[in-house]
Design a protein around this ligand. Sequence first.
Ligand code: SIN
Length: 309
Amino acid sequence: MSLRKIVVLGTGGTIAGTAASAEDNLGYTAAQIGVDRLLAAIPSLQGQQIESEQVAQIDSKDMDFEIWLRLAQRCAHWLAQEDTQGIVITHGTDTLEETAFFLQAVLSPGKPVVLTCAMRPATALVPDGPQNLLDAMAVARTPGAQGVVAVCAGKIHSALDVQKVHPYRLDAFSSGDAGVLGFVEEGAVRLLRAWPDAPAIKSPPALSAPHQWPRVDIVMSYAGVDASGVRAMIAQGAAGMVVACTGNGTLHHDLEAALLEAQAQGVQVVRATRCAEGRVLPGVADALPDARGLSPVKARIALMLALMT
Ligand code: SIN
């Protein structure tokens, strides 16, 4: 076994959640148990080289830029230490894919940063968190592992592809067309694809104070949509907009007119697809650039970071 340390950063989520009854997998409160207690509940981790730190304690639906900045800074701090083998982050499932993409974009780590989570609270009769945490530790300890990945239900997903696709089942994540990176089976990693090694965006910016981060909003195209949402976002100071388009990047004509007007005023507009899988295939005459395969929430982060540079 490696003697180098794994750093576990706690941020809350259902993995740290508690319910009044062990049979209640829905009526719980997320982010109640500290990361130290989550680790202490797993016998095989005792005696291992592990440092832990509670970076936040939230339901991840409430994720914000301050926590993202702190998380990126704490990851950078620990990754720079020679004796750190990798980082595990306990996180809520709801915005896990956004945090994973953000961290890959700003850090592109040469060591593994493994986000893990749970769909059932820690007090459940059969909780999934301890196994997910154990699997994430195994991934972080795997020689050659690198980049930001997510581990849930025995599957390893890359930050670029991972998406929550189910609100209830334990295997709640998918990597869509790309497929999973690999599996964790009884503590062993079976890799199907290469670890993430490319930056998620071209030129990651130096991160300023969160109140200076540019505002980028998401708007969706749907039957009967009008321009009022776009106008309201511009009035709120949006510097960029991602539109979750129908199908292969098509837009309701009223929304398209409003977005072209926004673009003419200097707002950066990017088209993603609202389809769960696949990507917008660009055409030569596209007036609005496409999101290069990113989902709307990830395209928003990419645009926000691009606007910072
Ligand atoms: C959260 O995202 O923090 C709550 C939901 C979950 O972790 O499954």
